[in-house]
Design a protein around this ligand. Structure first.
Ligand code: PLP
Length: 433
């Protein structure tokens, strides 16, 4: 089977004339895998339909938000009800109140929360609050962790950047970058020495407690624990960036699974049910620094937009009702094992599958142990993944177009669908033999 991409090519030519790289977020441009991005016309359930009418089983799911698949009926109904009452007031309203109550009641340590419109905005604001609260300037981040395109955190930040020649973005001043300290993941001695040297100046340490934007670099509990202890000892705030892990691996994200309660947490992706929502929150005394309660300014014209809040509320209610996490994890484990078997059987190079909950990642080499840090990602990751990506695309399997991005399952990826996907994957793998 061979697919046509002529229409996508035409659209892409047009798009490149009017937008940088033809896209509105870098990894969408297929630079990591080569070729032309597939233009999607519609999506339903687990299926994407492109502009030529060809279909794909989607494992990217809008980069994670769609845990119940495309066009979930409960979210649609909530959005429609909200639309009937208008779609933006710019005043106090009850939509955000209900969502905030639901979240604070169900997430330990989330005493107060503020809604914004993206994960980036949530992180940017949390970092400002941490600086305002502590009166310190330094932020500690981890090599390969992505926290959105916040200036001070676009330092060794993973997938979209791993594709580029230089890991740092242009347009960020040296002074800004100089206030960011970077530590290796999975390395307690390095962590201790950074805190020993700079602890008194660190406003906050920010980490993806499940780093999933640069491969899936699952951390050991001991490492996260150590970070938490060092933050407490040195009076630095701990920020868990749960934009990707929150509501994905457990309702309360990695904070719930590890039992570590950070001072601040950031959310995005799933929290908006596929609409633009971000949130940051945590300790009351810290959050009360935020305007108008306190001196740290943060605002948004469309913040807590009623339509997006309704989508988020429907999503959150459904997650609490259905508790899909065990089933998602079991299905993912089985799927990944079978996928690994096929890779082993057909691919001319060794691979290893890493997964956690409903997230999975193919490591494109045989590594001695689980890959937990940036420096252990195989050098052949990009070109090898590109081959697999295109073989799968041709079989109607849509993976995120980068070897540094993870795949996701939704609750709609049932055994029948996954069985069918594995059959097509086998056909695809055979072409790479
Ligand atoms: C996606 C992501 C962000 C950025 O969120 P946007 O909504 O894309 O701005 C920040 N942090 C983490 C951990 C993410 O996965």
């Amino acid at each position: 089977m061979s697919r046509r991409f002529e229409l996508s090519e035409k659209y892409f030519e047009r798009a490149k004339k009017v937008s940088p790289g033809g896209v509105h977020s870098p990894v969408r441009g297929f630079r990591g895998v080569g070729g032309v991005p597939v233009f999607i016309e519609s999506a339903k359930g687990v299926t994407l339909r492109d502009v030529e009418g060809q279909t794909y089983t989607d494992f990217c799911l809008s980069w994670g938000p769609l845990i119940f698949g495309h066009q979930d009926q409960d979210i649609r109904e909530a959005v429609n009800r909200a639309m009937d009452r208008g779609w933006s007031y710019g005043t106090a309203e009850t939509y955000s109140l209900e969502l905030a109550e639901e979240l604070t009641q169900n997430i330990k340590g989330l005493e107060k929360v503020r809604f914004v419109s993206s994960g980036t905005e949530a992180v940017m604001s949390a970092v400002r609050v941490a600086r305002g609260f502590t009166g310190r300037n330094f932020i500690l981040k981890f090599d390969g962790c992505y926290h959105g395109h916040v200036d001070s955190l676009l330092v060794r930040a993973g997938s979209g950047l791993a594709e580029m020649a230089s890991p740092d973005s242009a347009g960020i001043s040296e002074q800004t970058a100089a206030e960011t300290l970077v530590c290796n993941l999975d390395d307690e001695p390095a962590l201790e020495s950074i805190f020993e040297k700079h602890g008194a100046m660190i406003a906050a340490a920010i980490i993806e407690p499940l780093p999933a934007n640069n491969g899936l670099l699952v951390q050991r509990q001991e490492f996260l624990q150590k970070l938490s202890i060092l933050c407490k000892k040195h009076g630095s705030l701990l920020i868990f960036d749960e934009v990707i892990s929150g509501f994905r691996v457990a309702f309360g994200g990695m904070a719930e699974l590890t039992g570590i309660t950070p001072d601040l947490m950031t959310y995005g992706k799933i929290i908006g049910g596929g609409f633009p929502v971000g949130a940051y929150g945590g300790r009351s005394d810290v959050m009360d620094c935020v305007a108008p309660a306190g001196p740290v300014y943060q605002a948004g014209t469309l913040s807590a937009n009623p339509v997006a809040m309704s989508a988020g509320f429907a999503m959150i209610k459904k997650l609490l009702r259905n508790q899909p996490y065990n089933e998602l994890e079991q299905r993912t484990t089985k799927f990944v094992q079978e996928w690994a078997g096929l890779s082993e059987k057909y691919l001319p190079f060794p691979t290893r599958m890493q997964h956690f909950g409903s997230l999975f990642w193919s490591v494109m080499d045989r590594t001695p142990s689980v890959v937990r840090s940036q420096d252990k990602i195989p050098t052949e990751q990009k070109p090898r993944f590109a081959k697999v990506f295109h073989a799968m695309l041709d079989q109607g399997i849509y993976l995120a177009p980068s070897g540094y991005e993870v795949g996701f399952l939704s609750t709609l990826h049932n055994d029948t669908i996954l069985g069918d996907v594995l059959e097509r994957a086998e056909t695809g793998f055979k072409t790479l033999k």
